[in-house]
Design a protein. Structure first.
Length: 473
């Protein structure tokens, strides 16, 4: 498409915007803007975690990774930074770092520029903290079901903090920015040092009495102070402060220290905020969100109109495409092209069939040449003659074998026949009546007719009396 030209389907140039209507970032520009956003919005902050991959360069700079169970981030400590506690930078060491969040632009990687190091350890205060925490938890002071909900749109809150601390300025600044109409009843109190816990307890009781006696409703109490060491925050780890928070008839928000700091008051309070500013933001979130929602209505309406217009445009494009697809000329052209394809396929099929038939006929001719009937008859006649000769030979051989076997049997029969016995001078005596052979004299009886067979002829005789029998015996 020529430069500056617009498609007939591009309504208002939305699909193909001109270069003047968009901004194209280079990688360097975008990375630089991200770095400025991080440095401006976060500033200095505290981060805790475990050190890993710690390495000191020959330049004197130290690079390492700070990690916890869910994530990790790169850190750098420059040689020229006057930071105490460099010896704590060892793999496996748990530390709390103060630093500035920035971006190393050549790699597009965000990192923490370390300005202070605190090694984490379990001292006497930490042990006392854990014991008190376990004791109060066993009594049910930290139970979630005891927590009271905060009002969504508070109109008046009580504030307990030091009148000279930075937490007061942070809270007032956040309230002025997010909910200027919120009224604050300030109850000043020491937040550090001897007697601070008693003052905090008294300030909580004072705000509760103020709400009951004046008849002016207080929606919540914000108990807050800035960050510090465990010793600095110890007033908020006192049992008296925890019990005062639990006994308060007003819901209490505890916003003590930085995000990594946890105190007993945080567990006893109805809600814990990471910082004083965060505490003020939580209490003003309802009004601030409602105002932001109202401010965003025109933009959301415009976005809804643009989405509807885009949806209708897509629908119109689909209808145009369907019209093009279903146009009679397109259908005719498609049918013509299909007809051409069918003609080509038919021609190819006929050629392929003719080729196959030609090849089959050639194969049949070759087979017929190899299997000529006259040659096949001669071959079969030769085979028949050969089989007949073989049958005759086998028959003659079989007859000779059977004749020889019969002759052998006859010779054996002759050797074993009675004629051979009679020829040697023996005779056979039998009962003339039944032909039973007489083998012993006791088998005869007087007057019995006998027949004796000789080699040639036979002799008949009669058995005499007892004398003859005795003789035979």
């Amino acid at each position: 498409m020529p430069r500056g030209a617009t498609s007939q389907w591009d309504f208002g140039g939305e699909l193909f915007p001109k270069e003047a209507m968009r901004r194209v970032f280079s990688v360097t520009e975008l990375t630089g803007d991200i770095r400025h956003l991080l440095e401006r919005n976060f500033g200095q902050l505290w981060v805790s975690g475990e050190i890993t991959n710690c390495r000191a360069q020959s330049s004197g700079h130290v690079y390492f990774t700070l990690k916890d169970a869910g994530a990790q981030m790169g850190c750098v400590l420059f040689r020229t930074d006057p930071v105490i506690g460099r010896e704590a930078l060892q793999d496996g060491q748990k530390v709390t770092l103060k630093g500035e969040l920035t971006v190393y632009e050549p790699r597009g990687q965000y990192q923490l520029h370390v300005l202070a190091i605190e090694a984490q350890g379990a001292g006497a205060l930490q042990i006392a903290f854990e014991k008190l925490k376990q004791k109060l938890a066993a009594e049910g002071l930290f139970a979630p079901e005891r927590k009271r909900p905060l009002p969504r749109f508070p109109q008046r809150i009580g504030l307990i903090t030091s009148p000279t601390g930075a937490a007061l300025r942070d809270v007032l600044h956040a309230v002025q920015r997010r909910h200027p109409a919120l009224r604050i009843i300030f109850a000043p109190s020491a937040v550090q040092g001897p007697g601070a816990a008693s003052e905090i307890k008294g300030a909580i009781a004072l705000l509760n009495r103020y709400a009951e006696e004046s008849g002016r409703k207080l929606d919540a109490i914000l108990l807050t102070r800035g960050g510090g060491s465990l010793e600095d925050l110890w007033a908020f780890n006192e049992e008296a402060v925890a019990r005062a928070i639990v006994q308060s008839t007003l819901p209490v928000v505890s916003a003590v220290g930085h995000e990594i700091d946890f105190t007993i008051s945080d567990f006893a309070a109805d809600l814990r905020a990471a910082t004083p500013t965060a505490g003020a933001e939580i209490l003003t979130e309802g009004v601030f969100a409602a105002a932001r929602w109202l401010d965003e209505i025109p933009g959301r309406m415009g976005e809804a109109v643009r989405r509807r217009a885009a949806s209708e445009q897509r629908h119109l494009d689909q209808l145009v495409q369907r019209l093009r697809t279903l146009h009679p000329r397109r259908q005719i052209n498609s049918r013509r092209q299909n007809l051409d394809d069918l003609e080509i396929q038919l021609t190819r099929s006929l050629r392929r069939a003719l080729k196959q038939r030609h090849e089959a006929a050639g194969n049949l001719v070759l087979r017929l040449g190899r299997l000529r009937p006259s040659r096949l008859l001669v071959l079969r006649r030769e085979q028949l003659t050969e089989h007949a000769d073989r049958l005759r030979e086998q028959t003659k051989h079989r007859l000779r074998s059977l004749r020889q076997h019969a002759d052998g049997l006859a010779a054996r029969l002759r050797l074993l026949g009675p004629e051979q016995v009679l020829a040697r001078g023996y005779s056979i005596t039998m009962d003339a009546a039944d032909g039973k052979i007489i083998r012993a004299a006791r088998e005869t009886k007087p007057g019995q007719m006998l027949k004796t067979r000789l080699k040639s002829g036979e002799v008949r005789s009669v058995v005499q009396g007892e004398e003859g029998n005795k003789k035979r015996k």
